[in-house]
Design a protein around this ligand. Structure first.
Ligand code: ZN
Ligand code: ZN
Length: 280
């Protein structure tokens, strides 16, 4: 079995309207790409901040600018397609009850939890418009805060899949790296992953980014395995061409680490399926 659960039907750009991308034709392009790549399970997980309802959770300027669509129209559209229904929902500290209410009112197959923004204020680890690295950009402090937020995200119990678990590395050498052993930053997140039982995402998106690596790093993945974690496989595609992006590398990575099963989701129930090797 190969899956691609964390994916988007449109790029994160201006002018990518719901009407233009949430069409049967566009879904067919994704399904054809999945079929060609040997991916049996395909689901969509739109960013929560593209929906008006997300403004109940947070009013970050990026969210205010993007919150144009209706989440129920989205769910209804996806339910009319062969795609599994997911959503990528940021962990917003302090908004746990409102997140729970928003997610619980819809019949998602899975919810992808992510951390893009950290600390007080509006700064993001992966968005150059709200760059956390501006100013003093202390790498140790930024990495510590990122993984603390990731641990809180896992521990919140709100999510099925922990997205791009070491996203903080996204810029690669274009940003400073901490001096300390990176395992000391992963530690609190791995502890929370073990406690919560959340599935850890193996994402090939990092291979398209300046860092040029899978999320998570090998060391982080090894620590997750040691802690008894399970894994989910996704590309975080924003275009049909990115479906199953570099899955050969991801499958090899998992095989080398001894990961033999991946998570499959339906109605927020998780099961494990043998990892497929049929990468085309
Ligand atoms: Zn994300
Ligand atoms: Zn995403």
């Amino acid at each position: 079995m190969l899956t691609d659960y964390h994916l988007h039907l449109r790029p994160d750009e201006n002018g990518t309207t719901f009407e233009r991308y949430f069409t049967a034709e566009n879904v067919d392009r994704y399904l054809a790409a999945a079929e060609a790549a040997g991916i049996e399970e395909l689901g969509v997980s739109e960013h929560v901040y593209r929906f008006r309802q997300a403004l109940d959770l947070w009013t970050h300027p990026l969210w205010v600018e993007n919150a144009k669509d209706d989440i129920d129209a989205y769910c209804e559209f996806v339910r009319g397609t062969p795609l599994r229904l997911g959503v990528e929902c940021d962990y917003v500290p302090g908004a746990e009850e409102r997140i729970d209410a928003l997610l619980g009112a819809r019949d998602f197959d899975y919810v992808v939890g992510s951390v893009h923004f950290i600390g007080e204020g509006d700064a993001a680890v992966d968005h150059d418009g709200f760059d956390v690295w501006e100013g003093d950009g202390d790498a140790d402090e930024i990495w510590r805060r990122y993984f603390a937020a990731l641990a809180d995200c896992a521990r919140s119990g709100l999510y099925d899949i922990l997205a791009h678990p070491d996203l903080v590395k996204v810029w690669g050498r274009a940003r400073p790296l901490p001096d300390r052993d990176l395992r000391s930053f992963y530690e609190p997140a791995v502890e929370a992953i073990a406690e919560s039982g959340i599935a850890v995402e193996i994402s090939t998106a990092g291979l398209r980014k300046p860092v040029g690596e899978l999320y998570p790093s090998r060391q982080f993945a090894e620590m997750c395995i040691e802690a008894g974690a399970v894994f989910a496989l996704s590309s975080d595609a924003h275009l049909p061409e990115q479906i199953g992006f570099e899955y050969g590398q991801a499958v090899q990575f998992m095989e080398e680490l001894g990961i033999e099963e991946i998570c499959v989701f339906e109605q927020r129930q998780r099961s494990l399926a043998p990892l497929g090797s049929r990468v085309r």
